[in-house]
Structure formats: structure tokens, C-alpha cells
Write a protein that binds this ligand. Sequence first.
Ligand code: ADP
Length: 494
Amino acid sequence: MFDKVLVANRGEVAVRIVRALRELGVKSVVVYSDADRDTLAVRLADESVCIGPAPAAQSYLSIPAIIGAATSRKAQAVHPGYGFLAENATFARACADNALVFVGPSPEAIEMMGDKNVARETMKRIGVPTVPGSDGTLANHIEAAFFAEQIGYPVLIKASAGGGGKGMRVVEEASKLESAFIAAKTEANAAFANDEVYLEKYLARPRHIEIQVLADSHGNALHLCERDCSIQRRHQKLLEEAPSCAVSADLRERMGEAALKAAREVSYLGAGTVEFLLDATGDFYFMEMNTRVQVEHPVTELITGTDLIKEQLRIAAGEPISFVKRAPLEPNGHAIEFRINAEDPYRDFWPSPGTITELALPGGPGVRIDTHIFAGYTVPPNYDSLIAKLIVWGSTREEALARGRRALDELTIEGIKTTAPFHRTVLDEKDFIAGAAHTDYVLTHEDALIEKQNAQDEKNVQGAPGNSPVPGNSPVPGSSPAQGNSPVPEKPKG
Ligand code: ADP
């Protein structure tokens, strides 16, 4: 194992990695921007280095600043977390060039999976199912129209370099294709400096099911079951659970095999996630592979009894996966993660940075909180809005749901708006309780969720604690799909 590892990230994931390093007896060096001077990761780490001003381009995205910090502090490896440089092949190469181990796959694997169009073509070649769509990227809207006519509307235009729902446009009919094509290209160019787009069939109300994989340098590659990430806003995840209500043992095996096939094709090393869409008939289609740890990794940890960050570090250090003898893993119980974002769910999930004046975190059996916030902490406007993850485990889904309700009722965050009240309403909504989630759930359940919120507001007025918004102030908790117009800067792909 390493003696010292640099954490090239911030927020809850920096804290998560520092904790894993501490438990492994490895020294941690955390980098931080001027905006993050007084943060929990900086306090908990053995060492910390300021790498620049608040804008990420000058700090968390500055390869020279991070490499300089790692070499001057004599770190042997760099853990990139998620977002920022986690899927940047140039960064992975820069680490190698400076004799630093990049905790992740090879730059080649990052590149092959980082371009969604290339990844899709690779999957087609090896027989992993993909959503019907164009042959590669589209030269112009006429070519787009040709494929759209072939596969039938609605279609989805997607950016090859896409992430965080950006550069994606749903097109319902032929007359809207040209403008959507131009809009997707423009947005992709602005977000990723790459305007290549391709097109695929827009599936009706699919589920987002992803498979966690791990592969080491000893030839072991295994999957750790699925996560269901269907509860989303603007095609970005809000709530994740494992296992999925829609995945039988047989389907899990087939999806797991497809995910491992994808990983083996790029000689994958470390922790990765293969994302699929699952349609109502039980057919699944490859969407993309994320070559890093995901925001929602804790639900997998809770149902498999593993520590994915430690496994990443072990694999990077050349050790085998620690639980190979236990494989294949079966899900034990049920876990749900609620992303607590500094956003106002009643104003279209608009960012709500500011100072947290009061904080009470839930606890007790089956409750895990991954967060960097504390009372008095100021959420800066510069970064992603994720401020905490509340994860609950239960021996059954029913118990996990009850625990989620109980834990969200215990949670108090004052001073800023958060997505916590949104989650609380979802937990009382009948379709979610019945396990009937899909990626358009938020849009199609607006009325039901508002009704639940109003009921909770009334209860709160009658004296119950909590951080629900003002009664009667419960407008639409959704937003139009696939417009990619997130007001949130620097969204991690999660
Ligand atoms: P990003 O990398 O930008 O997050 P993804 O390809 O992972 O984009 O897709 C994000 C979400 O967009 C999915 O979880 C799903 O909700 C929706 N989506 C993507 N492709 C399709 C499709 N072909 N049909 C329907 N929904 C889709």
C-alpha cells in the first residue's frame, strides 16, 4: 500500500477518500481552492495545499497545480474522486509522467469510454446491446433526419463528449429536428469544446440501471450488482437505490456479464460503472461507462458489505480485490441514497448557496451520512450543489423506506434551501413506494408530489420540526427534460 496519497477533489468525496486513507494507515494530502480553505477535508487530512483561487479552472482543474502539489509533498498516488479531472486522460498521463499512480484505469481506457460515440460503437462491435441510433456522429441535420426517419420519433440527440445531461435534446417530431440539432451542437461545444453529436431512439419511460464493476491487475473482474438511478431531474440523478425493484437475479446476471464484457474490452482497471437503460419489456441497452467512482457508490457498499474507495486504492497499489473469494456477490438488504443538494426543489431546483445557520444530522441504525458540511459552513456558489448524501439501509425495501422517512424527518438544515423536502415527498408517493420508478418520474408525478408537500407543510405548521418550505409555497418540482439548461455550475457526472 502507498505511504501518502493526494486527494484531487473537494466536498464530500474528498472527506470520503481521506477517511478511507486514514483507515488504511495511509497519509493524505488534500488540495483546496481559496473558497475551500475552512473545509472538513482540509481539517481531517494529514496535509493540505492551496492550489489556487475559487474558479475550478484555476484550481481543481489545473493539472500543473495538482501535479506540483503531489510531487512537492512526495505523494505516491493521486485519487481524483468524481467530476473535475476524474475522467481526464491528459491528467492520468501527467500523473504517470511524474511517477504518480493515478487511482483509476489507464488513459487509453478513459479515452475509449470518454467519447460516448466511440464507446457505443465499441459495444456494438462486441455484441453489447445499444439503443438503436445513428451510425456514428452526425455531419449535419439532414443526416440526423435520415436516421430519425429510420428509427422513428421521438429521438434523442446526444453529445459525444456529453456528461451531466448537457448537449442532449429530445426531438418529438421532424419539424423540430434542425433547431434541436443546432442547439445540442452549440451547447456541447460550449460545455466540452467538442461539438460532435449522435442520435438514438428516445425510449419511453425507461429505468436507469447501472452495474458497478471492479477489475484488478491479477486478472480478477467482477460486478457488484446494480443501482437503480431512475429518479432524476433534467436527466441528472437525485435518488438511487440498490437493488432495483425491476431486476431479477437472472437479469442481474445478464447485465453483470454485459458490463464485464465492456470492462474487459478496454482492459479496465479499478472501479467503474456501466450504465444501461432498461425498458418496460426487460430489454437493456448500453448508455455509457463512467471510468471512476460514482456519487452513488455507497448504496452498493451497503448491500455488498464492501468499501469501494479502499478497493480502488488496493487495486492501484497492485493488490488483488480483497473479497474475490466471496464473489459473486448477492445483494444483502436494500439501500437508498438521497442526494441533498443546495437547491430549491420548488424553484426548478435552482442553486441555493449560502451559510448553513443550523444543522442537525440524523443517526441511529442503518443511517449513513457522507458530507463535508457543518453548522456555520458557507456553501460557495462556485461548485456543484451536492452538500450531503443521506444513505439508509434496511433488511427489506420497506424497512429502508421507513428508515428514509425517519432520517429525513430528523434532518434539519437551516439557512439555505435543499432537496431534502423533495425526497420526503417521494417517500410518501404511491408509485415510488410500489417500485414503479422511471426516468420521467419527476415530470409525470408533479401533481402528486405537490399534494404530498402541501400535506407535509400543513403538518409542519401544526408543530412538527423540519426544513420544509413555507406552506402553500409549493410550485412545480420538475423541469423540462433534456434541455440541459442546468443553472448549476460544474455538475459532476454522477
Ligand atoms: P450524461 O452522461 O450527460 O449524464 P447519459 O447518457 O448518462 O448522459 O444519460 C443521462 C440520462 O438521460 C439517463 O439516465 C436517462 O434518463 C436519459 N437518457 C439517455 N439516453 C436516453 C434514451 N436513449 N432514451 C431515453 N432517455 C435517455
